[in-house]
Design a protein around this ligand. Structure first.
Ligand code: SAM
Length: 203
C-alpha cells in the first residue's frame, strides 16, 4: 500500500468523488472508507497488481475506485439502483471495474460473469452478513482472503457488539481461518474488520 508520510493514497486518476490529491496520488480517507480505516489501523492485506477482487456492497464506488487503483480486476456487486448509477459512472472511467447489479444473496445470478478471485471484500450491512460471505466463498481461491466488514448493529442493534462479533467469527471459522480482527474505532463505530484465509480446495 502506498503512504505519503502517514497518509494512505492510491495511484489512479482523481476526481471520482471529490477526494483530495497529494503529489499526484488520490488520498484514501479512513473516515469515508472502512477499508482505508483498516489499513490506517495497521491491518488489512496488501493489494497487488495481479489480484482479482470480488467486492460485495459496492455502493457508489468510492472504495471500489481505490481498490481498482491497486489491483487487476474488481467485480463490484451492488443491488440498489441509485448507487449503481454512480458506480456505472466510476466504472466507465476505469477499465478494470466490472459493475454487477445483483443481490449478493444470489451468487448464482452473477456466477456466469465471474472467475476465481484472490480476495472477497464484503461491506453490505445486512443481518445475514456471515451467510452472504459463506455463499460467495465459491468464488474464492484456496489460500485467498476474505475481508468482512461486520456492522454489528445491522445484525442486532440490541445485542452487545462483542457478542455479535463472537458469533460471526464462529460462523466464519467453519470454512476459514481468521488471521486478523480490528475494530474500526475511531473511524467507524460498531464495525469489526475480520480478515480470513480460505482453506481447502475449490468448492
Ligand atoms: N463499501 C462501500 C464503500 O466503502 O464505499 C459502502 C457500502 S454501504 C455500507 C453498503 C452497500 O451494500 C449499500 O450500497 C447497499 O445497497 C449494498 N447492499 C446491501 N445488501 C446487499 C446485497 N444483498 N447485495 C448487494 N448489495 C447490497
Amino acid at each position: 500500500m502506498i503512504r505519503l508520510g502517514n497518509v494512505l493514497v492510491s495511484p489512479g486518476e482523481g476526481g471520482v468523488y471529490g477526494e483530495r490529491t497529494l503529489d499526484g496520488y488520490r488520498v484514501w480517507d479512513p473516515y469515508r472508507s472502512k477499508l482505508a480505516a483498516l489499513y490506517t489501523l495497521g491491518g488489512g492485506l496488501d493489494l497487488t497488481p495481479g489480484m482479482r477482487v470480488l467486492y460485495l456492497g459496492a455502493a457508489n464506488g468510492t472504495t471500489v475506485s481505490h481498490v481498482a487503483d491497486y489491483v487487476e480486476t474488481v467485480y463490484a456487486v451492488e443491488f440498489a439502483p441509485r448507487p449503481m448509477q454512480d458506480l456505472l459512472e466510476v466504472a466507465r472511467r476505469r477499465k478494470n471495474i466490472v459493475p454487477i447489479m445483483a443481490d449478493a444473496n444470489r451468487p448464482e445470478e452473477y456466477a456466469p460473469f465471474m472467475e476465481a478471485v484472490d480476495l472477497v471484500y464484503q461491506d453490505v450491512a445486512q443481518p445475514n452478513q456471515v451467510e452472504i460471505a459463506e455463499q460467495n466463498l465459491a468464488f474464492l481461491k484456496p489460500g485467498g482472503h476474505l475481508i468482512l466488514m461486520l456492522k454489528t448493529r445491522s445484525v442486532d442493534v440490541r445485542r452487545d457488539p462483542e457478542e455479535v462479533f463472537a458469533e460471526a467469527r464462529a460462523g466464519l471459522e467453519q470454512h476459514l481461518d481468521v488471521v486478523d480482527v480490528r475494530w474500526l474505532e475511531p473511524y467507524h463505530h460498531d464495525h469489526a474488520a475480520i480478515v480470513c484465509v480460505r482453506r481447502g480446495s475449490l468448492y
